[in-house]
Design a protein. Structure first.
Length: 193
């Protein structure tokens, strides 16, 4: 599989705002649950992002909940590269998870396919980052680095997850099923990190 933002956007354009938001929430769910597994429990930023994502899921169920401002809260939780803390892979993954959660909120506010695509990009970037730091850091055997990264199992798992989420929302799966699938997939994905 390859990552094709334009193809994802075209598919999302055909969906209503609730379905687009459910897709973006699936991406955020995968990333937050991945961080929970890697960090052995919700802590810090993740513990603050999970309630925001819960509110997004409630919105997809038709709660009518006003999510204005939640995107800014999530954005404010993105760890800063300039913080005194030393940058680690976990900080990088957390940046993507916080951004993804913000995009899920923005999708609910705007109904924009573009915001939902950016949520998917966060999942792809986490996988790409993991691949870069797991032995795919140099081109070998004449194969271009980008192709090596794309073929990494962690990246392919992320791409399959994006596809599964798209198929699920296109097929009208119930929100609870979509969320459960994303959580389950994150558990399997976490073993690759």
């Amino acid at each position: 599989m390859s990552y094709d933002e334009e193809a994802i956007r075209r598919r999302l354009e055909r969906l209503d705002a609730s379905q687009k938001t459910a897709f973006a929430a699936c991406c955020a769910e995968r990333l937050l649950q991945l961080l929970v597994k890697i960090a052995n429990g919700p802590a810090g930023v993740v513990a603050e992002l999970l309630p925001i994502l819960d509110r997004v899921w409630e919105w997809t169920r038709g709660s009518g909940r006003d999510l204005r401002g939640d995107d800014q809260i999530a954005e404010g939780l993105v760890p800063d590269d300039d913080d005194d803390n030393q940058w680690t892979l976990l900080v990088g993954y957390t940046q993507n998870a916080a951004a993804c959660t913000a995009y899920a909120v923005r999708t609910s506010l705007s109904g924009s396919a573009k915001e939902a695509v950016w949520a998917a990009r966060q999942a792809y970037e986490v996988a790409d980052l993991a691949a870069q730091h797991s032995g795919y850091s140099r081109a070998s055997d004449g194969e271009p680095l980008e192709r090596q990264l794309l073929s990494a199992e962690v990246v392919q798992h992320a791409l399959r997850g994006i596809e599964q989420d798209l198929v699920g929302v296109e097929g009208g799966l119930p929100v609870d099923v979509l969320r459960r699938n994303a959580k389950t997939a994150a558990e399997a994905w976490a073993h690759m990190f």
